[in-house]
Design a protein around this ligand. Structure first.
Ligand code: XIL
Length: 505
């Protein structure tokens, strides 16, 4: 109570001082109480088993014939919130029986399950199970108590407890929305990671500012390639590829339900790509596959991804980084990579050809790289992009723009944007952030100025600029968190950089 009051007072104080967003924490809790009956517990997946309340006010389950025959109860859990769970169980029929708290959750009509807490209960002894659960992106949650090795025992439980700390709830009503300020010029977006995508409050806050999102890691080969299943499939056909989407589904679901566009990142990259992808039978102790097998694998990989997305999330993924960072910083030539080694010098061209073959109509294909403002590297990127243009497989160029207040200069950035604009390609800024050495007023001001100046350049090229995306929303969750590179601080408050971007538009 005291905590709530403090949070409320703090919120009011912030409102009164004119700060337009605030974070608060709120506790949610439940403890079973069978003094008045079943307390909304019911027999779930029970066969002929049944539940009742005993004289001692415990919940008794009898007549089970399977481990999952269990008492369950609906809980309105908040996706993204972590819950602490505990329950005391007792059985009197086996020397020892293993119990679990599990959750049956439903998304899009499909039920799936997770086991959350475990304990072995000796005959006749009250035994406590404890565990935690971070609620995933589901519509319905049923928590239940089941066994894993004792399908036919009766058991009782008491003191089922569930406690959760709501994650930040963010109110941003008074902040202008970048997506609206820039609506006539280009999309305004951000990167979002799995952790953020499962937090409804955070996603709502992001969606209030941004209309396009890139999964920060969840569409990279180390997320999408299912090495275990690919290995099994490869016994029959070594070009076969299995993919999985579990870590990107929360973002795709949110995007689909809220009209957010998604930019896919990335099909071919030297980083975050399992070494096994390049080896016979996906086994790193076997030799590398041939160029032909690798190209066939890439073809299957891209086809599987595009087909799944088009079927389940039609129209959501509007563009892709087909190849990322292929050019070496020092030589301006192709960097050393497994792709270069296994496929050869034309791997970028082949990747674009394959992506073009499988991408649904209207999905734009980009080459994406960093340090475009540095002339040596810029020349290398430019040559590569020209080759792809000659093949007619590329739609655009993506500037990462991971910058620092000291480097590169705004003039260098402007010259690089101009040079790529002159190709006539579509352009996007895919990963904008600007690091500062310390979180001080002076640096925050300089950071804001640089953001503002960059935005002015991008506005000048709005005809070709399809989207501008920052690489994360709040400093604390940035990949460069120690250098405070983003538009919002760790408290989700707009920084001077935010206002500079808003004012430039
Ligand atoms: C970064 C992610 O933000 C990190 O979480 C991860 O650990 C490493 O990759 N260029 C890119 C992005 O194209 O994929 C990188 O993202 C940042 C640099």
């Amino acid at each position: 109570m005291l905590k709530r009051l403090t949070a409320w007072l703090l919120a009011m104080a912030l409102l009164l001082t004119g700060v337009c967003s605030f974070a608060r924490e709120e506790e949610m809790g439940y403890k079973s109480d069978f003094s008045e009956g079943l307390d909304e517990w019911y027999a779930r997946s029970m066969g002929n088993a049944s539940i009742s309340v005993t004289e001692d006010k415990t919940l008794l389950t009898v007549g089970r014939t399977d481990n999952w025959h269990s008492p369950g109860r609906d809980f309105p859990l908040q996706p993204g919130t972590t819950y602490e769970l505990s329950v005391e169980v007792r059985q009197t029929q086996k020397d020892e029986a293993r119990f679990m708290i599990s959750v049956a959750h439903t998304a899009g009509g499909t039920e799936s399950y997770e086991n959350l807490a475990f304990a072995n209960a000796q005959k006749g002894e009250w035994t406590t199970l404890t565990g935690t659960y971070m609620a995933g992106p589901y519509d319905r949650f049923v928590l239940y108590v089941e066994t894993s090795n004792a399908p036919d025992i009766d058991f009782e439980f008491r003191n089922f407890e569930m406690r959760g700390q709501m994650q930040e709830s963010i109110e941003t009503a008074d902040i202008p929305a970048l997506k609206e300020i820039y609506a006539d010029l280009f999309d305004f977006g951000t990167a979002v990671t799995f952790r953020e995508s499962t937090n409804r409050q955070m996603m709502n806050f992001y969606a209030s500012q941004f209309n396009i999102m890139t999964p920060g890691n969840e569409m990279k080969p180390d997320s999408l390639l299912d090495v275990t299943t690919s290995k099994i499939k490869s016994i029959k056909d070594d070009t076969a590829v299995a993919v999985k989407f579990n870590s990107v589904v929360p973002l795709l679901e949110y995007a689909k339900n809220n009209g957010i566009k998604v930019h896919g990142h990335v099909l071919v990259w030297h980083n975050q790509t399992p070494e096994a992808f390049f080896h016979e039978h996906y086994n790193t102790s076997l030799p590398l596959v041939t160029r032909e097998v690798m190209l066939a694998r890439l073809d299957n990989y891209v086809r599987e991804i595009m087909t799944y997305l088009d079927k389940k999330y039609p129209g959501v993924v509007v563009s892709w980084d087909v190849v990322n960072e292929a050019i070496d910083d020092n030589t301006g030539k192709l960097r050393d990579s497994m792709w270069l080694k296994v496929v050869g010098e034309d791997f970028v061209a082949r990747a674009f050809e394959i992506a073009r073959k499988h991408a649904p109509e209207g999905v734009d294909l980009y080459y994406n790289d960093y340090n475009t403002a540095i002339i040596g590297k810029q020349n290398g990127i430019y040559e590569l992009v020209e080759e792809l243009m000659a093949e007619g497989t590329i739609d655009g160029y993506g500037f990462q723009m991971h910058h620092d207040i000291k480097f590169p200069s705004v003039q260098q950035i402007e010259a690089s944007v101009k040079r790529f604009a002159d190709t006539g390609l579509k352009l996007r800024v895919s990963e904008l952030d600007i690091t500062i050495p310390e979180n001080t007023e002076v640096y925050l001001k300089r950071q804001a100025e640089m953001y503002g100046e960059i935005m002015k350049i991008l506005i000048d090229y709005a005809d070709q600029m399809v989207a501008v995306q920052v690489w994360g929303v709040t400093d604390d969750l940035s990949w460069r968190a120690s250098q405070y590179p983003l538009l919002f601080d760790g408290e989700s408050q707009p920084k001077p950089a935010f206002w500079a971007v808003a004012e430039a538009g």
